[in-house]
Ligand binder design. Structure first.
Ligand code: BGC
Length: 431
């Protein structure tokens, strides 16, 4: 049953309503990528490998047809560097043709494509060189961006260079910490600590290495310049994980200092961009000693995050404040991992209401792309289901959920709910 929320907030002309995915999480068999190596390592700390994922490498036309039928007008997906350049300097013409067809396929269906060049995975050869901190990283990434120009020229308006550079920088910090201790990963370290009865390190306490941050910004700038030169009219930006750091009373300065290396430095780097992507899921409360766990009575999602939909409006406001005027915002990710789809509707309705308030306050937001179009590989496990569309892991059959019809309906009606829909007021449960 679809819950109605009344007329709500009318969407401005051209506002995009769609859903997001990333290549590694849905395509399957991304065999030349560093994540594939990691997942399939005999001592991997990763719970389960991605395998066939949702087989979207072959089923993308069906995915796009579904999104269109549901009422969406845009689709964010990523192109996979490890497929396009599986060996250094060797471009797969077949992969380029594949992604060109995807862009054309989106445009033909009336879906505005929003394309990410790098979504967490790199070709194995790039990681072997040292990844983002390799001296030639920015040049290699810019060369890859030039190759992508051929794909983007098929009709892409918005391109993102690197997805969540701030999370990527954090992953590097975690990896460096593990290497220092001779562990395969921080997860292995956590296991060892547990077995020894000691407290494990808290990943939230890690701070990105400034050298990695600088390297990512360099790579972003080099790729952006390459794209602007080669794809006329393209709008280039990057998408940042917005953590919504909320200070407890008295911890305001701590929260500001905490947020800068983990988020704001990446937003400041977006001041020269054509747009900035906001990705928000929950909040992080900051006390005198750093991050605090969710409140005791909080409803938790399948990723263990606090059910806190208002994070979206807060993230959009914070981003606009740091990036400053002249750089429009695109919500490139927002959603919830749950196996109770009514909670997805409840969450998304409140998130959208908070977005409408931010837009009403004058913030220039150009679109909302829900994470995720499909249930997919959540970086180590298929258990946290973020999808609007369910995917059968064996037959790959797609089944749109009620939330997909509800959100697609809002897209058709060109409105955002002004408040939580009737009957979906948060009810603290186990998820
Ligand atoms: C990432 C996605 C991920 C999602 C939910 C974002 O950090 O860009 O790849 O699946 O959040 O965890």
């Amino acid at each position: 049953m679809v819950h109605e929320a009344g007329p709500g907030f009318a969407l401005p002309e051209g506002f995009l309503m769609g859903a997001s995915t990333s290549a590694h999480q849905i395509e399957g068999n991304n065999v030349s990528s560093d994540w594939w190596t990691l997942e399939n390592h005999p001592r991997s700390f990763i719970e389960e490998p991605s395998g066939d994922a949702a087989d979207s490498f072959h089923r993308w036309p069906e995915d796009m047809d579904l999104l269109r039928e549901l009422g969406f007008d845009s689709y964010r997906f990523s192109v996979e560097w490890a497929r396009i350049e599986p060996q250094r300097g060797r471009i797969s013409r077949a992969a380029v043709a594949h992604y060109r067809a995807m862009v054309r396929g989106a445009v033909e269906r009336g879906l505005t494509p929003v394309v990410t060049l790098h979504h967490f995975t790199s070709p194995q050869w790039f990681s072997d060189l040292g990844g983002w901190t390799a001296p030639e990283a920015a040049g290699l990434f810019a060369a890859y961006a030039r190759t992508c120009a051929e794909i983007l020229r098929e009709g892409v308006r918005y391109a993102a260079t690197i997805n969540e550079p701030n999370i990527m920088a954090l992953m590097y910090a975690l990896r460096a910490h593990a290497a220092e201790h001779g562990w395969d990963s921080v997860a292995q370290g956590a296991r060892a600590a547990r077995e020894a009865g000691a407290a494990a390190v808290d990943p939230a306490s890690f701070e990105p290495d400034p050298e990695v941050v600088r390297a990512l910004i360099r790579a972003h700038r080099a790729a952006s310049a390459a794209l602007r030169e080669t794809v006329p009219g393209l709008r280039v930006g990057w998408t940042v994980a917005n953590q919504v750091y909320q200070p407890e009373p008295g911890a305001e300065d701590i929260a500001t200092a905490y947020a800068w290396p983990r988020e704001d430095v990446f937003l400041e780097a977006a001041r020269e961009d054509d747009w900035v992507g906001v990705q928000a899921y929950t909040r992080h409360r900051i006390g005198a000693d750093g991050t605090l766990p969710p409140p005791r009575d909080a409803e938790l999602t399948l990723t263990g995050w606090e059910f806190y939909p208002e994070a979206l409006g807060e993230a959009v406001r914070h981003t606009a404040e740091v990036v400053g005027p002249g750089v429009p915002v695109l919500v490139t990710e927002n959603g919830i991992a749950t196996d109770d789809d009514s909670r997805r509707i409840a969450y998304t309705a409140r998130a959208l209401a908070s977005l409408a308030e931010a837009m009403d306050a004058g913030i220039d937001v150009r679109g909302y792309l829900h994470w995720s179009a499909l249930d997919n590989y959540e970086w180590g496990s298929y258990r946290p289901t973020f999808g609007l569309i369910a995917v059968d892991r064996h037959t790959f059959a797609r089944t749109p959920k009620e939330s997909a019809r509800w959100l697609g309906g809002l897209s058709r009606e060109r409105r955002l709910p002004a408040a939580a829909p009737l009957g979906s007021v948060p009810a603290p449960t186990s998820r």
